[in-house]
Design a protein. Sequence first.
Length: 195
Amino acid sequence: MDDDQQNEHSAILAWILGIAVTIAVAVSLIVGIMAAVGSGTASPTRAAPSAGGAPGAGSAATPAATALATAGSATVTEVDVAPTLAVGTGYPGLVKFHFDTARHDLPPDAAAQLAAIVDWARADPTARIGVSGFHDKHGDAAANALLARSRAVATRDALLAAGVPAERIVMVKPRETTGGADDREARRVDVYPAQ
């Protein structure tokens, strides 16, 4: 094999390797996007995250709302301001679901964890349940907001499956937070009795 043939052979191998790397990167991006979106669980009409605090950080007085279409569900309305956490006698406690990185599936015992709040919502015709999804600052903010939204929608779907009427569930736009000492706190959904 002479030098020209060797150079041509090397160029062809480099070209093939370049195509293989490009395909691998494209597949990784697609898999990452599908994981962030929850494998098609949510298809939001608005992807911008909003900042905010814990439940009860704002009042429920005429918050702005955004419609969100979800696969397999009716349109969901999200509010900017989380309703105030209802506390005291007769109210169930706050439920927190913590999620693994890039995951939106609820734990196997989600129904058991939601039982008290579901029973309360069924018994009280004026009951409202707040559902707030959180995400951290790491990575792409829009992808994080989509993942937090997918987690909140999965939680909403569990409430609907347990018999809670859709109009009683208040979905709060995803909010960025820090995990403090526990990073899982930034990857959570809060479910709580709302005032």
